[in-house]
Write a new protein. Sequence first.
Length: 614
Amino acid sequence: MEKKTILEELLLKKSQQKKKISPVNYKKRLFVLTKANLSYYKYEKGKKGSKRGSIEIEKIRCVETVNLEESTPPSRQYPFQIVYSGGLLYIYAANEESRERWLAALHKEIKDNYDLLNKYHKGFFINGNFLCCNQTSKAAPGCTIWEKYVTLCCTTESVKPLPPVPQTLKRRSLPQVLSPDKSVLTMAVAQCNYEPKENSAIQLVGSNKYCVLQEEDSDWWKVRDLEGNKPDNNKPNISLCSWYAGNISRAKSEQLLHQKGKDGAFMVRKSSQAGMYTVSVFSKVPESEKGTVKHYHVHKNPENKSYLVENYCFESIPKLIHYHQHNSAGMVTRLRHAVSTQVNKVPTTASLGKGIWELKREEIVLLRELGSGQFGVVHLGKWKGQYDVAIKMIKEGAMSEDEFIEEAQTMMKLNHPKLVRLYGVCSKSYPIYLVTEYMPNGCLLSYLRSHGKELQPLQLLEICYDVCDAMAFLESCQFIHRDLAARNCLVDSNLTVKVSDFGMTRYVLDDLYISSLGTKFPVKWSAPEVFHYTKFSSKSDVWAFGILMWEVFTLGKQPYELYDNMQVIEKVSQGYRLYRPQLVSDVIYQIMYNCWHELPEKRPGFYQLLSFIE
């Protein structure tokens, strides 16, 4: 009975990438569902081949659809996921009918499992994090209520008995079913994640449902989640604290603390272990000229109090930090100088209005000059009196304005964590304002020249990874940058590097660029097909990415520094390539060198480069 086939179909399976360096691939497999297992087999020439994997039904904890990635090809329009003890499997059905058939069959088989999840991740796990909530562990708790959970758990059909458990343990209770109440006006769905800025607000998770208790005005509602949680005015909110750095990596936290260079400089960040926090502290010690950074995990005792050192426990992390700001109590030094990564940025969903890209000039206040670029002067400013933005004031004659403003509408739709966001333009009068995300650490090229010597090769590679991540996204959208270089990347407050000025080369007038039949391109970053035939593609962007990697590992040197533009064209056409920088291993240099193949089709794509670097 257990081996009787319930459902059998040829489906597309995504590789599970159990190792970080594993490539992403998609293979057709014959999936077979029985009472005991979901197995998948090779399928060649119309015949069932060897078994490639199997999941025990009793280990499955959730089966649900997944939100599509950006620019998903037609063959991958109907994904669903299987979350099981020890892993996560993504499968693609051929059509909606097929997907619904598999979901129904699997739900029926797992309904008796005692450890089903009540929350799941609606986004794919890609490049080390979930697209829906940015958590970095595959085992991280879900961010979206799994509505099927209640249905499956409350079925009236026979349920196999649970294994015996100690009296002290109780089965997790179901979310409370809310009875009709006059105070509950309606249900609302969060459009995005929201971190509260004050204690009277509640954290929202994108796509989760919330009960609206009271509509105070058009901007603020009183809500509670499905588990009955409401804002707690007495509970300190960690995200409000200047020392809280969120999801910053260990390497980036060390770099920021070294930059501060003061004994007792510190920050609190999310640990790589889901649900935990780490306090990172810089101290000047005799045995190290540059100082050292220590990392302390925030632990919980049985009373749910937080501590760094066992004898000093506190009800909250802010109280814990306050204590250690005055007492080292077992730490290498007391916490003296909070290092902040917080910038008052425009929220991901700030209401520009659907499709509105022309901003009101009167809502923008210029604060101070940040520098000047190829288009004109750049200012730090405030938008709507609260959000930090960068304003590029386009000088007359610096660009082909009408064509650019048309292109700006397309550029605004390109939204990715590693792309500098374009919020909109003010084009009704001169000077034209280009309003973008503010990046406190400025241009990557300047950052490399001023701070590069403090960076380790792994941190330099992380910079390349950030840029490659953005370019892989542009590649998937069939969008060509045309001017990828360190000068056109910016460094955020948490040292994330983001790509800027994508697609704008066509509108600039500058000596750095050579004109051929009206086309502009930066010679020293350009592939042979660009300066010979003005032929741009994602593969010409790949060539430029190789040059950018060289810039990063030389800490901001000028490529081909001994040659002018015309000499570079001649040398590159003859097969000359940039030398291996001192900080680069043979393996990394080979990645660079592959980007500089004379034939575009022989160069790797950005998604391949991403997996190489990873």
